[in-house]
Design a protein around this ligand. Structure first.
Ligand code: IMP
Ligand code: MG
Length: 180
């Protein structure tokens, strides 16, 4: 089984490129079908979704816009600690169909926050499209309209996803081999 080392950790292939491509093609077809005749705005969330977004959007045949957004984290004064703010929202999304493109939904807290923020801009609709979902890790109920694959609650890298900023630039997805 193909392995890679990212910094101090070793990972082995868990989802080969061919499987990813197959599922991304399916998701693109679902979106093309559901949004036929409409002009959605795709909002891929940086950094993790850049490869997924590139592969997905090349198979979307709708007239659409693409606006990359990012969640900026900083330590706030409140007891809750981390405050996250959506940056890069250059497009006016009022009355528009928005499709958020994410790399992975783990606890769902990031997506819940994003949905709340974007909702304030009064879009016509918001759909969530995630490459990966860890169903066993979900802590909050969020709508997930499109998903390429469900995965177990293990740490993964590749195809855009990182370990400490590294390991994004691979064609396959790799799962952490737990060290004894
Ligand atoms: P959530 O708020 O717990 O859903 O976390 C979502 C974010 O955590 C994702 O956008 C990723 O950046 C990161 N993340 C969650 N699981 C993994 C993983 O297995 N590998 C790499 N990043 C992950
Ligand atoms: Mg992410």
């Amino acid at each position: 089984m193909k392995q890679i080392k990212v910094k101090d950790k070793t990972f082995q292939v868990s989802i080969p490129a061919e499987t990813i491509a197959h599922e991304v093609t399916r998701v693109a077809a679902e979106i093309n079908r559901d949004f036929a005749g409409r002009e959605p705005i795709f909002m891929p969330v940086l950094n993790g979704s850049f490869i997924f977004a590139a592969d997905l959007l090349r198979q979307v045949d709708l007239l659409c816009k693409v606006c990359f957004i990012k969640l900026a984290s900083y330590q706030g004064m409140q007891s809750t600690g981390e405050i996250r703010e959506v940056i890069g929202l250059a497009e006016d999304i009022t009355g528009r169909d928005v499709i958020i493109v994410e790399d992975i939904i783990d606890s769902g807290i990031t997506m819940a926050h994003m949905l709340e923020t974007l909702q304030n801009h009064n879009p016509a609709s918001i759909s969530v499209c995630s490459l990966l979902v860890k169903p066993d890790a979900l802590k909050v109920a969020i709508p997930i309209h499109y998903r390429a694959m469900d995965i177990p609650n293990d740490f993964i890298v590749g195809y855009g996803l990182d370990y400490d900023g590294f390991g994004r630039n691979t064609k396959d997805i790799y799962t952490l081999i737990p060290s004894e």
